[in-house]
Every structure is written in structure tokens, then in C-alpha cells.
Design a protein around this ligand. Structure first.
Ligand code: ATP
Ligand code: MG
Length: 300
């Protein structure tokens, strides 16, 4: 039978980005870029966000692509953020259709209509991308935010450096743990509303909530991480780059209470699973972890 450690390692590797998926993401980037080049003057585009930091969970969806606009498009920068979002939306609808394209506060989402099976597999294809219009601002970027009606500053390089440093300081297990908690956050048993929103908040909290160094056991690290996240969900979590609005702004008090309760429950469920394994009831422990995380957690 699969040991707990083997199960967690398999789970971790199932949440890792592989070559086929990267090829598909790059092909989609190129496809969207080639099309948008016919509509806007784009200086460059790149895959970014959690995808580029290896902190995105599966199935791969909402992969962020920055489209950095040339100076000739600067007129959008002096308009409300909705103007550029609307322009990108209209352009993308022309190619992908109204059904596949959705406006979000900082991006336009394009869904490729990929099927997800019961085990959360997608035949190595990405489900969707978030098209983010951006303007350079010194070493940073400015992106539209239609929620606040403001342009916000961001810097993907700083976020990437923070994640890399945390990963190194945690014996290279930090990103794996972040992907696992993000996978928990997506578990359909929470209903259509994810406990933590945006899920970037999980990564930002993990920068501080995983401390003391890797102790060698996934089950114990996760139990303690869920518990610390529950304790600190009511804190204010600023942008780790110190540029954009607080990441915790995405949740009001009621949402934070719900997230706190669900995180506490996850921590209790993890304790129960650890106890099952301690009693030698391995099969039941594996099932308990799978119920907690979802179908990518292996039973065999
Ligand atoms: N409030 C903010 N201020 C500045 N930059 C931000 C802010 N929120 C997000 N970002 C940057 O934009 C990127 C994309 O945001 P998004 O919400 O898609 O998060 P993500 O890290 O990609 O997580 P997910 O796995 O949910 O896609 C983030 O990775 C981060 O670099
Ligand atoms: Mg993202």
C-alpha cells in the first residue's frame, strides 16, 4: 500500500507543471498575441502570475498573460480602466465569441472550452487565459482595475523573487505546499464560492505563515499551515511588492469569517487524518486526505 509520504509526493507531482502543459500555454499565448497584434500595438507579451512562478494549481486555468502596450496606445492610460478592458473584450469576442469571453476587474478571460474529467485531468491543456493590458511604468507596470476605477501598479518580478526566496528557505517544498492549499481552496465541496479570494492571498500569506523550516512531513506541515492561515485570515495582507492595493481587500468580514471557519475545519480534518495514520489505519488516512483536497490526492 501507498505510504502517506508517497501519497503526498505523488500529489505534489500531479500539481506540477509539465512540458506538455507548458507547450500548450505557450501556443495559446502565441495564438492570442498573433490575433491581438492585428487590433492593438503591442510591445511585448509574457506569461506571468502564479503560472510563471510555479504556484498555480490544477486544472490550469486563468493563466495570466501581460500584453504590454506601445506608446501609441497611451491614450487608454488617461481614460477610465474600463475603456481598455472594453476594447480588449470587444476584440477578443470577435475571435472567440461571446460565450468564451468574460470581463474581469483587471483582465479579460478567454475560455478555450477544454473538458475536465472526474480526476481533474485535461489532457495537458490549459482551460483559459487572463488577458491583462499593461503599460510600463519605470521598472513596474500599470494595469487597469475596474473595481476601483484606478490604474494599479504591479511588479511580477518582485513577486517571483519573493516566492523563490521562500521556496529556497523552506527546503524547496514551499511552492508544492502553496499549490496544495490552492487545490484545497478549489475543492468543489466548498460550493461555487472559494473560501479564499483571490487565491493569490494564499501565496501571500504563505510567505509569512510557513516558517521555522521544513520539518520533513507533509501531513504535519499542512495541518499547521491550515491552522496558521485560519488564525491570520483577519489580518491585512499588503501587496508583497508594496505597489498595489492590499491583497486581502478582496474579502469582506463575512467572507473572512467563512474562510477562517473552513481553514479551521481543514486543520481539524488534517489532525484526524494524522491520527488515523498513527493508528496504522493507512487506507482510511489516505481517504481522509483525498476528501480534504480532492481527486488529485492519490489512494493508490
Ligand atoms: N493587489 C495587487 N497588487 C499588485 N499586484 C497584484 C495584486 N494582485 C495580484 N497582483 C499580481 O498579479 C498577478 C495575477 O493576479 P492573480 O489574481 O491572477 O493571482 P495569481 O498569483 O496568478 O493566482 P491564481 O493562481 O489564482 O491565478 C499576481 O500573481 C501578482 O503578481
Ligand atoms: Mg492568475
Amino acid at each position: 500500500m501507498l505510504t502517506l509520504d508517497e501519497a503526498f509526493r505523488k500529489f505534489k507531482s500531479r500539481l506540477e507543471l509539465n512540458d506538455k502543459e507548458q507547450k500548450n500555454a505557450s501556443a495559446r499565448q502565441q495564438e492570442v498575441r498573433n490575433y491581438l497584434d492585428t487590433k492593438f500595438s503591442i510591445a511585448n507579451s509574457f506569461l506571468t502570475g502564479s503560472y510563471a512562478r510555479y504556484t498555480k494549481t490544477k486544472p490550469l486555468k486563468d493563466i495570466d498573460i501581460f500584453f504590454v502596450l506601445k506608446d501609441s496606445e497611451r491614450h487608454y492610460r488617461s481614460k477610465a480602466p474600463s475603456a481598455v478592458i472594453n476594447a480588449f473584450y470587444d476584440a477578443l469576442v470577435e475571435k472567440y465569441g461571446e460565450e468564451a469571453v468574460r470581463k474581469q476587474s483587471r483582465s479579460v478571460n478567454v475560455d478555450f472550452g477544454v473538458h475536465v474529467d472526474a480526476e481533474d485531468n485535461t489532457d495537458y491543456r490549459i482551460l483559459s487565459v487572463d488577458v491583462v493590458p499593461a503599460f510600463p511604468k519605470g521598472d513596474d507596470y500599470e494595469i487597469p482595475d475596474t473595481d476601483t476605477g484606478q490604474w494599479i501598479k504591479t511588479n511580477p518580478k518582485i513577486h517571483a523573487e519573493r516566492a523563490t526566496a521562500a521556496h529556497q528557505a523552506f527546503s524547496y517544498e514551499w511552492k508544492g505546499l502553496v499549490r496544495m492549499v490552492k487545490y484545497w481552496n478549489n475543492n468543489p465541496r466548498h460550493g461555487s464560492d472559494k473560501p479564499i479570494k483571490p487565491s493569490f492571498l494564499i501565496e501571500v500569506m504563505a510567505l509569512e505563515c510557513l516558517y521555522g523550516g521544513w520539518q520533513g512531513q507533509f501531513d504535519r506541515e499542512l495541518q499547521s499551515l491550515f491552522s496558521t492561515l485560519a488564525d491570520r485570515i483577519f489580518d491585512t495582507w499588503p501587496d508583497p511588492a508594496g505597489l498595489g492595493p492590499a491583497i486581502s481587500n478582496g474579502m469582506d468580514q463575512a467572507r473572512k469569517r467563512r474562510a477562517g471557519d473552513l481553514l479551521m475545519q481543514a486543520s481539524r480534518d488534517a489532525t484526524a487524518a494524522i491520527n488515523l495514520a498513527r493508528q496504522g489505519r493507512n487506507g482510511e488516512a489516505l481517504k481522509a486526505w483525498r476528501a480534504l483536497f480532492g481527486p488529485k490526492f492519490p489512494l493508490t
